[in-house]
Design a protein around this ligand. Structure first.
Ligand SMILES: NC(=O)C1=CN([C@@H]2O[C@H](COP(=O)(O)OP(=O)(O)OC[C@H]3O[C@@H](n4cnc5c(N)ncnc54)[C@H](O)[C@@H]3O)[C@@H](O)[C@H]2O)[C@H](O)CC1
Ligand SMILES: [K+]
Length: 463
């Protein structure tokens, strides 16, 4: 997935249509808006085609209208352009745009391909799969192209979920990003956002760059964030999480472990906690800023008992890994969000053990946050962060090398560090740091290598 613009609104197809209606109510005509779309598409296509012949595939609705408008503008600019038409337009503005196109036009089935194919068949109005004949023609035309540029959405892609659709190399999102630009597989290719000056309000956006500040002059190691990481059977997971927390800005990190263990990093304060009552004693400390439970915890009786002690404590919590599975469907009832802030960091499997999500990953995660009262960080190729107020941020451009053991422990440690340190948006900052650290490590990433990559990001937040 491409580097998407930070903090850009994400709207549903229904919100996009409502925003367009508001623009029409303000006096703009549908034809004028379509012309703006055509201008934006033509500008990008001309740049990307770099003189190569262009074939525009035009559908019957608004998306096709954008295609006819772009074809005319490209031709006026001197490009070699042909149109392959799915049929006569039915959308009123598209009819006008088709009439204004006077260049060569072929039926889709008999058109020859071109090095650059612009897919303007279906946008947010895709209603059903293509019939067999256009589907075969489309396959043939796309297979012969060197560059496939989708207008608004790859045709056939569900705008709400990002499922299906043709494979594009570049997608020009019109007016705003839709869920299909940030969710699903990489069939949208490199996503470019074309601003059509349509005012939009949305609770959903791509992840914003966080504000990172150095510790205050008067800070102490405790005021910078005192964090307890509850370790378990798998020692490495706790160490990874605690190390990430130290490098992610926490001032004092205690790793509570069921066995006496030693080793780096030596800045880590290791406490032997033989049983649940020893953990309860450790947690009876008002100075603790946050507790992380879950990485490497295990799912046995001892783990259950540790989790119960953590939940009985008054502290802000980050709950990850095995602890999420132990909570399952009871998560909302047990975590006590009426008296503290709670952050859940599930991957897809853990999410479905806790919540019966409906709709897209964004909608399901927003629903889970509202139902549980926690901020839910739903990990995956697109990480969706939803807080209980309905605010959602999506990080969709993380390295696919993050699909590797231990990277979740690093993220959980980072969320916990930011929470303990009083960051107003611990989840967003942590996900951003995690993604940038992965990008710095690059190909072949292992979770351990992310840890030294974190500290430079705190120092130079713009890199
Ligand atoms: N976002 C903006 O600001 C602007 C977007 N524009 C473009 O308009 C489309 C939405 O137009 P709409 O007519 O509502 O939908 P579509 O063109 O995506 O498709 C509807 C069209 O296609 C037919 N159809 C549906 N499914 C199929 C199918 N499987 N096979 C064949 N035909 C199908 C349906 O019957 C309709 O005729 C948006 O995405 C933008 O590209 C505007 O230009 C204004 C600015
Ligand atoms: K399209």
């Amino acid at each position: 997935m491409s580097r998407l613009p930070a903090g850009a609104p994400i709207v549903t197809a229904a919100q996009m249509r409502a925003a367009e209606e508001a623009v029409f109510a303000g006096g703009a005509t549908p034809l004028a808006l379509m012309e703006r779309a055509g201008v934006a598409v033509a500008r990008q296509v001309a740049r990307l085609a770099a003189g190569r012949p262009i074939l525009v595939l035009a559908g019957t609705g608004g998306n096709g209208g954008d295609g006819y408008a772009a074809a005319r503008l490209l031709r006026e600019a001197g490009c070699d352009v042909r149109v392959a038409s799915l049929g006569p337009p039915t959308h009123p503005a598209a009819m006008t745009m088709a009439a204004r196109w006077t260049g060569p036009t072929w039926p889709l089935a008999s058109a020859a391909s071109a090095p650059v194919v612009v897919d303007a068949l279906l946008g947010i109005g895709a209603a059903r799969p293509f019939a067999a004949e256009p589907a075969a023609a489309l396959d043939r035309l796309l297979a012969l192209a060197d560059l496939r540029i989708a207008v608004d959405l790859p045709s056939g892609r569900d705008p709400g979920t990002g499922e299906g659709g043709i494979q594009a190399d570049v997608t020009i999102a019109l007016g705003a990003l839709k869920p299909a630009h940030v969710l699903g597989d990489d069939r949208a290719g490199h996503v470019l956002l074309a601003d059509l000056s349509i005012p939009l309000a949305s609770d959903w956006s791509t992840l914003s760059r966080p504000t990172l500040r150095p510790p205050r002059r008067e800070a102490t190691k405790f005021t910078r964030g005192k964090l307890v990481v509850v370790g378990g059977a798998m020692a490495g997971a706790g160490v990874l999480a605690a190390s990430a927390a130290l490098h992610g800005g926490a001032g004092y990190v205690i790793l509570a472990e069921p066995e006496r263990r030693d080793g780096a990093p030596h800045a880590l304060v290791r406490r032997h906690v033989a049983d649940a009552s020893a953990l309860a004693t450790l947690l009876a400390d008002d100075g603790i800023g946050a507790v992380l439970v879950g990485p490497g915890l295990g799912r046995d009786e001892a783990a259950q008992a540790q989790l119960a002690v953590v939940l009985a404590s008054p502290h802000d919590l980050v709950i990850d890994g095995d602890a999420l599975t132990l909570l399952g469907r009871e998560v909302g009832a047990r975590i006590g969000t009426d008296r503290r802030r709670v952050f859940l960091t599930p991957h897809g499997g853990e999410f479905s053990r806790m919540f019966t999500g409906h709709g897209s990953k964004i909608a399901a995660t927003a629903g889970a946050a509202a139902a549980s009262g926690a901020t839910v960080i739903h990990k995956g190729p697109a990480t969706v962060i939803a807080d209980p107020s309905g605010r959602v941020q999506v990080a969709a451009d993380a390295s696919s090398w993050l699909a590797s053991a231990g990277t979740g422990d690093v993220l959980a440690g980072l969320v916990a560090a930011r929470l303990a340190a009083g960051d107003e948006h611990p989840a967003e900052t942590a996900v951003w740091l995690h993604g940038r650290a992965a990008a710095r490590v690059g190909a072949g990433l292992i979770a351990d290598a992310m840890i030294p990559a974190l500290s430079p990001l705190l120092d130079r937040p713009s890199t």
